[in-house]
Design a protein around this ligand. Sequence first.
Ligand code: HEM
Length: 460
Amino acid sequence: MNGVGIGVRGLRPDPDVPLPPGPRWPSLVQSIALIRFRHRFQPWLQRRYGDVFTVRMLPDGRPLVVLTRPEQAKELFAADPSVFHAGKGNAILGPVMGEHSLLLQDGDEHARARRLLMPAFNKQALREYRELVSAIAADEAAHWPADVTLRSLDRMNVLTLEVILRVVFGVTDETRLAALRPRVNETISIGPDILLGFGFPRLQEHGRWKRAVENQRELDELIYAEIHERREVGDLEMRTDVLSQLMRAGEGDDRLGDAELRDQLVTLLLAGHETTATSLAWALYELGRRSDLLARSQRAADGSTPFGPSAEDDAWLEAVVKESMRLHPVIPMVVRTLMEPATIAGLDLPKGATVGASILLAHARDSNFTEPERFDPERFVGRNPAPHTWIPFGGGVRRCIGAGFAQMEGVAILREVLRRHDVAAAGDDEPRVRNITSVPRFGARIHVMPRRAASRSGLI
Ligand code: HEM
């Protein structure tokens, strides 16, 4: 998904195959620069070496070839998935997500899981989730204190977590929700240090590692209890949540077993929670810096027709979400590792090399977007960006399965917040790296005030 781990253990590319230029520094320095200082390092690499460059990564200087042009991204996304693997690079997430996780699989296993998961994310399913997402957002936004400065990232994290628990896991029982929340919170805050520790069983008997293992066991027990109860009650056909749909998917032997369901649920939690929250936090922050865009978004949130929001209103809010994802990519790059020698973007690459499409650079290219540093949702109104220039969700057979879900959720949440509140950015912010994702360093702080019109209509 994101270049947490580059390459595949035991698969060392032939060092004699010539690769695009790149720095000659030690791989430790290059890895730190690429991961920790990605926002400055990637643009520097492009200026210094051009549109294709090679970074040498830990542990042994294995190459990561980075592509930055839309036609190169297109080739990468269309490449044969049996040769261009994505799952192996995410292996570090295995101990938490589980071996069946969609993110970790490749080849036939991935294709099967993807086929079983897809119906839960199609247009019809998304329409069914929307009402519940709006209700969750309305409840949360109505309880924000008046006239206060808050970290919108924190508020959005609370909201998107609640959406995962109730719309994806489909949990309605308050006692189980209360038991799940702290365990899920602990799981989502696991960093690389804990993940790496999972490789050393002795470590798991101590301190934070021990707590992480215990927490995971408790979380798994709750998830399995939910799955078993759902099977016993036998009302799966009537339920619209993601878990129930996954339990119904497939026929005969081709169904997801309990362990598979558990792994996919934890994957959806980890892949879908903070990513969406961060994009929404940036969206509120950016609207809070531009009173004209805020006013337009509030009109769209209120609905411009006597019957409520029109398709144009939805389209504007969706454009705000998309522009936020463009200007502030949460995930910097998508990567694939070559299982066989292959040619891509005119380059002959050896088996074992990793090749990535930079989301950060694609979104910041002035040949892709005019004045790329400007927040301008208008670029997405009534038109699509040129192919493979806007790639926050990656592409091809690995394209984010939750892309439609994230956009639906974004529109619903923005609508409920903006119907009730005025927002003004409180100070400047900038991206900082948090584990895999990039988040606003200061939490995208906004000052929130109740809207007078909204108060009059009894929303608050
Ligand atoms: C703003 C929100 C989000 C962003 C920016 C995002 C981004 C991404 C990216 C870049 C990938 C890798 C694609 C590739 O390798 O080509 C991905 C994969 C994935 N995402 Fe998302 N995502 C978001 C929200 C979600 C949500 C809401 C869910 C689920 C509820 C989700 C579930 C997944 C899963 C399961 C995969 C693995 C797909 C596969 O390997 O087949 N994501 N996402």
